[in-house]
Design a protein around this ligand. Structure first.
Ligand code: ZN
Length: 261
């Protein structure tokens, strides 16, 4: 099932993307609620729907250096435990919206990543629980990073959280196996990043257990699982595409903005 969130006229609703149409869910529906086909009444043609970011997370948790070759390319040691950082939810954009390069940075880079959405609240997931039972679904994401500011600040907050620095796909794929799928990023059609999720140092189950030891994960929270090798600079006029096999494709143009800093 492909879950989306659309604006149709004056209403904003979650729904299921089908062939050429969106079946709207009830107004009160939130990620993690049961999906009842009997309540999916309105069928909206895709061309009349404006696709919004399909998730409204309380936080975006990211994992750094989760692919060995990416840690190597940035001259970082392999982590002994997951390296976590947060990205501001205000950075979210979706398919087709521009990544806006701030004047403060000379080196904004793409990081194509598999992301997952939490389907129900969890804290300290125990050894007898299946951590994957907390996953609602998967989507492609781009952990856009101002690499120069990341180095300068040491803390990742500014470098990772400019508005538009978290593009995600317009649908969440709820039924998929992602233990070994291809992750690629192209810029203007040229392949820049390539990896497989089986190369992750810490897999999704491990990440859910680990993150939930530090913080409660709420339904709708978003987790980005790390990027394969091949990160590179993006410039105004580029088109950056993240493709996750069996999950979806995310395309964003790149533009610049002026700021006073
Ligand atoms: Zn990343």
């Amino acid at each position: 099932m492909k879950i989306c969130r659309v604006r149709y006229g004056t209403v904003v609703r979650y729904g299921e993307l089908r062939d050429g149409s969106v079946a709207l869910f009830p107004a009160h529906w939130q990620i993690g609620d049961p999906i009842d086909p009997a309540h999916m009444t309105d069928d909206v043609p895709v061309e009349d729907a404006e696709f919004l970011v399909p998730v409204e997370p309380s936080k975006i948790v990211c994992v750094g250096r989760n692919y060995a070759k990416h840690a190597e390319e940035l001259n970082n040691p392999l982590p002994e435990e997951p390296l976590l950082f947060l990205k501001a939810p205000s950075a979210l954009i979706t398919e087709g919206e521009p990544i806006r390069i701030p004047a403060q940075s000379e080196q904004v880079e793409h990081e194509g990543e598999l992301a997952f959405v939490i389907g129900r609240m969890c804290w300290s997931v125990g050894p007898n629980e299946n951590p994957l039972s907390y996953v609602f679904g998967y989507l492609p994401a781009n952990d856009v990073t101002a690499r120069d500011l990341q180095r300068k600040d040491v803390q990742f907050t500014r470098a990772k959280s400019f508005d538009s620095f978290c593009p995600v796909g317009r649908t969440i794929q709820t039924d998929a196996s992602v233990s070994d799928v291809r992750v690629t990023t192209t810029v203007n059609g040229e392949l820049r990043q390539e990896g497989r999720t089986s190369e992750m140092i810490f897999d999704i189950g491990y990440l859910i257990r680990y993150i939930s030891e530090q913080m409660t994960l709420n339904a709708g929270d978003l987790v980005l699982t790390g990027t394969p090798a091949g990160v590179s600079r993006i410039l105004e006029g580029d088109v950056c595409v993240v493709d996750i096999e069996g999950i979806g494709r995310l395309s964003n143009p790149v533009t610049t903005i002026e700021t006073s800093f």
